[in-house]
Design a protein around this ligand. Structure first.
Ligand SMILES: CCCCC/C=C/C(=O)SCCNC(=O)CCNC(=O)[C@H](O)C(C)(C)COP(=O)(O)OP(=O)(O)OC[C@H]1O[C@@H](n2cnc3c(N)ncnc32)[C@H](O)[C@@H]1OP(=O)(O)O
Ligand SMILES: Cc1cc2nc3c(=O)[nH]c(=O)nc-3n(C[C@H](O)[C@H](O)[C@H](O)COP(=O)(O)OP(=O)(O)OC[C@H]3O[C@@H](n4cnc5c(N)ncnc54)[C@H](O)[C@@H]3O)c2cc1C
Length: 627
C-alpha cells in the first residue's frame, strides 16, 4: 500500500478531530473516508500478488491509522469476509463471490458471535434448516440470545455477511457451518424481509466499526449459499461431512495469526509517541545547578518504555515466523493433509493471547509514561489502547485460547510419557528438564524458560491425574486445575516468543552492519533479561538461579537500559511512522508537542466563542440566586 499515494488523497484526513463529532457523524464520516480509501486501495492493489506476498508486504503497514483512529466499518470485509470465502467456498463459489467482494460490488462481514454465545461456537443458536422441497435453507433466530451481536459493519454498512449457523436437516443438527447471506437490498440498502438489523451502541473503542446485531425471522436462502468447501448438503438433503469439523474454524486461526503482527504495530506506534515525547519533555531538577533533564533520562522512564520497543520487535519476528507456518499448513490443508493443523491451532492459541496481553499492558504503560498529556485523546494513546485491548477478547477470548493450548500441551505430554514422539514447537518438551548451573547467558535463560514450561506442564498433568484419582470427573478435574493450565500455556508461549525472537534475530544479524547488529541484539538481551526478572519466581523454583544471580541480572538490566538510551530515539524513528499515521500531538517527528497540543485544543468547538450560551441561560441566573 503506497503511503504517499493514500495520504495525499484530498478529504481523507480529518480537519476536525473525530472526537468532536457525534456518534452518528463519526460513523458517516468514517463511511465517507472508507469509500475514498478503498477506491485508492483497489486502484493500487497488485492483482497478481499472492496472499502470502501481500500479507508479508503489509505486515508493518498501518496507513489506515492515519485515516481511522478507531478502525473502519469496512474492516471485516477484508479481514474476515474475504478470507472466509477463500477458505470455506468451493471453487465455483470463490469464483463468483471473490470477484464481487474484491471489486467492492458488495460489502461483507463475518457474523458468528451471538448475544448468548461468543466463545462456545458449538452453542450457537442461529438455525439454518434445510428444506429439500424448495432446496433452500431457512435462517431463523429462535430466541433473543440467538441474535448475532458484535460483527463489524453489520449494523448499517454491509449488505452481505457470512453467517455461522447451526445446520438442521430433517430435525437433526449437523453442527455449525458458514452461509453467505444477503442482508440488505443492493439498490435501496433496506434490510431484506425477515431480517432485523441495528447497531449495538457505544463501546470502549471500535466506535467507527459499526458493530451490529442481526436477527432472522424464517429468512430463506438458496442451497448454493452454504459455503460448501468443507462440508456439503446435497439437493435431497444428504449431508456430506468434511474431513475435520474444525476446518470451518479456519478464518479464526488466520486472524489470530495476523493479530500478532497487529500487536507489533500498535505497540510500535504507542512507544514511538511516548518515547519521542519523553525526549522533548523536561521535568524536575534533580541537580540544583543543572537544567531540567529530559524525562527520557530517568531510568524509571527507560524501564517503562524500552521493553515496548523490544516487544514490538519480538512480536514482529514471531508473527513472520507464525505466518510462514500458517501459510504452509493452509497449503497442506488444500491438499487434504491435516496433521499439522492441531499444532498451528495450539501456537495461535498461545501467541495471540500473549501478544495481546503484553501489548495492551505496554501501550497503557506508554500512556501513563506521558503524564497528563498522555491522557489527551489528541495524543492517540488511549485510542490505541482501546484497539489493542479489544484483541484480548475478540477472535477467541484469551483465557479460552490459553486453555485450548493447554489441551494440546497436556495431550502432547501424556503422549510423550507413553513414548509417543513430540514434534515441531513442542519437541523441546522431551528435552532435558534437569536444571543446569545458571550461567546468565541469553541462550541459558531461554533454556530456563523451556525448563519452566516443561515443569509446569508436567506438574499440571500430575494435578489433573491426582484430581481424577480423587474421584473428580475429567471435566471437573480440568476446571479445578484450569488456573495452572493457563499458567502452563503461558510458560510455553513465553518459551516460544523468546526462542523465536532470538533465533530470528540471529538469522538476520549476520547481514547487519556491526553498529545495527549491536543495538538490535541489545534489544534481544533486554527482552530476555526483562522476562527473566518478571518471572523470577519461576526461575527460582524451576531454574538454578540464586539470589546472587538475580542481583547480577538486575544490574545487567539497568546497564542495558543505559546502553540503549543513546539509540532510543533512533530505534523508534526506525519504525518509520509518518506523523499522519501516529496521528498524535505528542509523537510528531518535529517534537513540537506543546504547539500541537494548543493547535488541537483550538479545534474544540467550545473554543469558537469566549462565552458559551449556557452562561446567560444557566450560570448567570444561578450565580445571581435566581434559579
Ligand atoms: C482483524 C481483526 C478483526 C476483529 C473482529 C473480530 C472478529 C471475531 O471475534 S469473529 C469471532 C471469533 N470467535 C472465536 O474465536 C470463538 C472462540 N471459540 C472457539 O474457537 C471454539 O469455541 C473453541 C476452540 C474455544 C472450542 O471449540 P470446540 O468446538 O468446543 O472444540 P473443543 O474445545 O471441544 O476442541 C475440540 C478439538 O478441536 C480442536 N480445535 C478447536 N478449534 C480449532 C481450530 N480453530 N483449528 C483446529 N483445531 C481446533 C481442539 O484442539 C480439539 O482438538 P483435540 O484436543 O484433538 O480434540
Ligand atoms: C471489539 C470487538 C469486535 C468484535 N467483532 C466481532 C465480529 O466482527 N464478528 C464476530 O462474530 N464476533 C465479534 N466479536 C465478538 C468476539 O468474538 C467475542 O466477544 C469473543 O469471542 C468472546 O466471547 P464472549 O463475548 O461470548 O465472551 P465469553 O466467552 O462469555 O467470556 C466471558 C468470560 O467467560 C470466560 N469463559 C468463557 N468460556 C470459558 C471456558 N470454557 N473456560 C474458562 N473461562 C471461560 C472468559 O474467559 C471470560 O472471562 C467482537 C468482539 C469485540 C470486543
Amino acid at each position: 500500500m503506497d503511503e504517499q499515494k493514500v495520504l495525499s488523497i484530498k478529504g481523507l484526513l480529518d480537519d476536525t478531530p473525530e472526537e468532536y463529532l457525534s456518534h452518528k457523524e463519526k460513523y458517516e464520516n468514517s463511511i465517507r473516508k472508507s469509500v475514498l480509501f478503498y477506491k485508492t486501495l483497489h486502484s493500487t492493489e497488485d492483482e497478481n500478488m499472492s496472499v502470502d506476498e501481500k500479507t508479508k508486504l503489509n505486515f508493518r503497514n498501518i496507513v489506515t491509522s492515519a485515516i481511522f483512529k478507531d478502525n473502519s466499518p469496512f474492516m471485516l470485509h477484508n479481514s474476515m469476509f474475504i478470507p472466509t470465502i477463500m477458505g470455506q467456498g468451493t471453487d465455483e463459489q470463490r469464483e463468483y463471490w471473490m470477484k464481487r467482494a474484491k471489486n467492492m460490488e458488495i460489502i461483507g462481514t463475518y457474523a458468528q458471535t451471538e448475544l448468548g454465545h461468543g466463545t462456545f461456537i458449538r452453542g450457537l443458536e442461529t438455525q439454518a434448516t434445510y428444506d429439500p422441497d424448495t432446496e433452500e435453507f431457512v435462517l431463523h433466530s429462535p430466541v433473543l440470545s440467538s441474535y448475532k451481536w458484535w460483527p463489524g459493519g453489520l449494523a448499517h454498512t454491509a449488505n452481505y455477511c457470512i453467517v455461522m449457523a447451526r445446520l438442521y436437516i430433517k430435525g437433526k443438527s449437523h453442527g455449525i457451518h458458514p452461509f453467505m447471506v444477503q442482508i440488505r437490498d443492493e439498490e435501496t440498502h433496506m434490510p431484506l424481509p425477515g431480517i432485523k438489523l441495528g447497531e449495538i451502541g457505544a463501546k470502549l473503542g471500535f466506535n467507527t466499526v459499526n458493530n451490529g446485531f442481526l436477527g432472522f425471522e424464517n429468512h430463506r436462502i438458496s442451497r448454493d449459499r452454504m459455503l460448501m468447501k468443507n462440508a456439503q448438503v446435497l439437493k435431497d438433503g444428504t449431508f456430506v461431512a468434511g474431513s475435520n469439523s474444525k476446518l470451518t474454524y479456519g478464518t479464526m486461526v488466520y486472524v489470530r495469526v495476523l493479530i500478532v503482527s497487529n500487536m507489533a504495530n500498535m505497540l510500535a506506534k504507542a512507544v514511538t509517541i511516548a518515547l519521542r515525547y519523553s525526549a522533548i519533555r523536561r521535568q524536575s531538577q534533580p541537580k540544583p545547578d543543572e537544567p531540567e533533564p529530559q524525562i527520557l533520562d530517568y531510568v524509571t522512564q527507560q524501564h517503562k518504555l524500552f521493553i515496548a520497543i523490544a516487544s514490538s520487535h519480538a512480536f514482529y519476528m514471531n508473527a513472520m515466523w507464525l505466518w510462514e507456518i500458517y501459510y504452509s499448513v493452509s497449503l497442506q490443508l488444500a491438499s487434504g493433509k491435516l496433521d499439522n493443523l492441531p499444532e498451528l491451532h495450539a501456537l495461535a492459541c498461545c501467541l495471540k493471547p500473549l501478544s495481546t496481553i503484553d501489548a495492551t499492558a505496554m501501550i497503557e504503560k506508554c500512556r501513563l509514561a506521558c503524564g497528563g498529556h498522555g491522557y489527551m485523546l489528541s495524543a492517540n494513546l488511549a485510542q490505541t489502547y482501546g484497539l489493542a485491548t479489544a484483541a484480548y477478547t475478540y477472535e477467541g477470548e484469551n483465557t479460552v485460547l490459553l486453555l485450548q493450548a493447554a489441551r494440546s500441551l497436556v495431550k502432547a505430554w501424556v503422549g510423550h510419557v507413553k513414548g509417543r514422539p513430540l514434534k515441531g514447537t513442542m519437541a523441546y518438551l522431551a528435552g532435558d528438564s534437569t536444571v543446569k548451573a545458571w550461567d546468565g547467558s541469553i541462550d541459558g535463560i531461554i533454556q530456563s524458560f523451556k525448563v519452566v514450561a516443561i515443569r509446569k506442564i508436567s506438574s499440571v498433568v500430575k494435578i489433573l491425574q491426582d484430581y481424577e484419582k480423587s474421584g473428580l470427573s475429567p471435566e471437573d478435574a480440568w476446571n479445578k486445575a484450569s488456573v495452572f493450565l493457563t499458567a502452563a500455556s503461558e510458560a510455553h508461549g513465553r518459551a516460544v516468543l523468546l526462542s523465536v525472537y532470538k533465533s530470528e534475530m540471529d538469522k538476520r544479524a549476520a547481514v547487519l552492519s556491526p553498529p545495527l547488529r549491536k543495538v538490535l541484539l541489545q534489544l534481544v538481551d533486554l527482552y530476555v533479561t526483562y522476562w527473566a526478572l518478571e518471572k523470577v519466581g519461576d526461575m527460582l523454583l524451576y531454574a538454578s538461579i540464586t539470589d546472587k544471580d538475580v542481583d547480577e541480572l538486575q544490574r545487567r538490566y539497568i546497564e542495558l537500559l543505559a546502553a540503549i538510551r543513546p539509540n532510543a530515539v533512533g530505534l523508534v524513528d526506525a519504525f518509520d511512522f509518518r506523523d499522519e499515521i501516529l496521528n498524535s500531538t505528542l509523537g510528531a517527528y518535529d517534537g513540537r508537542a506543546y504547539e500541537r497540543l494548543m493547535e488541537e485544543a483550538m479545534k474544540s468547538p467550545l473554543n469558537a466563542e469566549p462565552v458559551n450560551q449556557t452562561f446567560h441561560k444557566y450560570l448567570k441566573p444561578f450565580m445571581r440566586g435566581k434559579l
